[in-house]
Design a binder for this molecule. Sequence first.
Ligand code: MG
Length: 180
Amino acid sequence: MPQYKAIIFDRDGTLNATSRGKGGYVLKADEMTLLPFVKESLQKLKSQGLGLYIFTQQRCIGKGLLTEEGLKDIHNKLNQLLGEEAAIDAFYHCPHLVDEGCACSKPKPGMLFDILRDFDLKKEEVLVVGDSLRDFYAAENAGMDFAFVPNDLGKHTDQEYAATGAPYFQNLHDLVAKVF
Ligand SMILES: [Mg+2]
């Protein structure tokens, strides 16, 4: 395995549960719930000196269901739940609707490239982790390594995951134990 310096996580369904919010969206800070093993796994990664970033699609902002301020509150809550030793270093989000023609909407690689630029990382130094095919394709479009953890809503089948050829882990604990 390459020597990674950073991990870029999808947020919903990868680090936190999606099923409690409206339409799968987390719209309030008190709807933020960590998935099992997330806190301990991020602690371990951070203790090894890895940068921890999030790239998240938040179309609920474009739809008018959430404000930018509201999203900040939700991310503050996420870091509060994680604690200092597992905190996310920076959050990147795409608020746009599908037809707005932005460069950041997954599976476009815009957010991933922004993180590389802002933190002076090379694409080989980063592992992207997510639960959705669009996360995988964003990483592929950026030329970055990718690993799956399963979707908490059961959105994809095992066959769909397998067809990508990307490694698949039962949960974040399993991934960290085997890759780091
Ligand atoms: Mg997701």
